[in-house]
Ligand binder design. Structure first.
Ligand code: APR
Length: 256
């Protein structure tokens, strides 16, 4: 989609958002690629280079050392990343009262860093780890320091149990999904940003809004299976689309 086509859709998306009663955003890894964090299934996606089973509970249980060897690089990338214009635009849309919640699949903490308040993190957050034996929680930086000092897998200072990231691994339940689906059921607009919409139960969230008669807006570089179901589709970058939408929203609100 050319920039002009994309920007045309931005105004339509802004009109839907400013006319909404309870709009939410649903985000995936694509909103963070412009912060330097690779996504999973895009052309440079992580799962095109690594086997997704590396991010499974089975792998953590069978080879915690190999698990941390894989994860520590990803977590270092997350630790150095900053919010981009897309995250900042969503935070401002929340401040303007247009977006009520951000429901994210991302563990990178960038929505909170950008200033979003109502954030539901379906797959957890990389900034804390916990002990698999006693449950004690620690900042990720403790595990990082231990790993860098040669302690792999990093262990609990209290009981010596193995530390693990506070994220949902493949094969584990998504505990926040019920809360997310309840919020979705109350919503009349869902703005999907940067997700292939291929991983469940997370991908049910936009569906629930649509099934309750709500409107679906999709911002994604590549086509998704939900495109035909959407009211507006913008195949352009998250930062470009959301910056344009934010400008239109401000203009529409100023004219009201
Ligand atoms: N702007 C807009 N879209 C983008 C951008 C960008 N700058 N960069 C990438 N994208 C799009 C890609 O085209 C892709 O379709 O974002 C989408 C990201 O899809 P995935 O990589 O599948 O990420 P996501 O949908 O978040 O994956 C869901 O899968 O591996 C698990 O737990 C992991 O939370 C993740 C879940």
């Amino acid at each position: 989609m050319s920039s002009e086509e994309c920007l045309a859709g931005a105004r339509e998306a802004a009109l839907i958002l400013t006319g909404s009663r309870h709009a939410i955003a649903f985000t995936g890894a694509g909103i963070s690629t412009e912060s330097g964090i690779p996504d999973f299934r895009g052309p440079q996606g992580l799962w095109r280079r690594f086997d997704p089973s590396l991010a499974s509970i089975d792998y953590l249980n069978t080879d915690p050392k190999g698990f941390w060897d894989f994860y520590i690089n990803r977590f270092n990338t997350l630790n150095n990343a900053k919010p981009n214009r897309a995250h900042l635009a969503l935070a401002e849309l929340e401040k303007l009262g247009v977006i009520k919640y951000v429901i994210t699949q991302n563990i990178d903490n960038l929505h909170k860093s950008a200033g979003s308040i109502n954030v539901i993190e379906l797959h957890g957050n990389y900034t804390t780890v916990y002990c698999m034996k006693c449950g004690a929680q620690y900042p990720f930086t403790l595990a990082l320091r231990k790993y860098e000092e040669g302690e792999n897998p990093p262990r609990c200072p209290r009981c010596g149990g193995i530390l693990r990231p506070n994220v949902v691994l493949f094969g584990e339940p998504v505990n926040e999904i019920n809360r997310a689906l309840e919020v979705a059921a109350l919503s009349d607009v869902v703005l999907v940003v940067g997700s292939s919409l291929t991983v469940y139960p997370a991908a049910y969230v936009p569906l629930v809004v649509k099934e309750h008669g709500g409107k679906l807006i999709i911002i994604n570089l590549e086509p998704t299976d939900y495109d035909d179901y959407a009211d507006v589709v913008l195949h352009c970058s998250a930062s470009e689309a959301l910056s344009a939408i934010l400008n239109h929203v401000k203009g529409i609100m100023a004219d009201k």
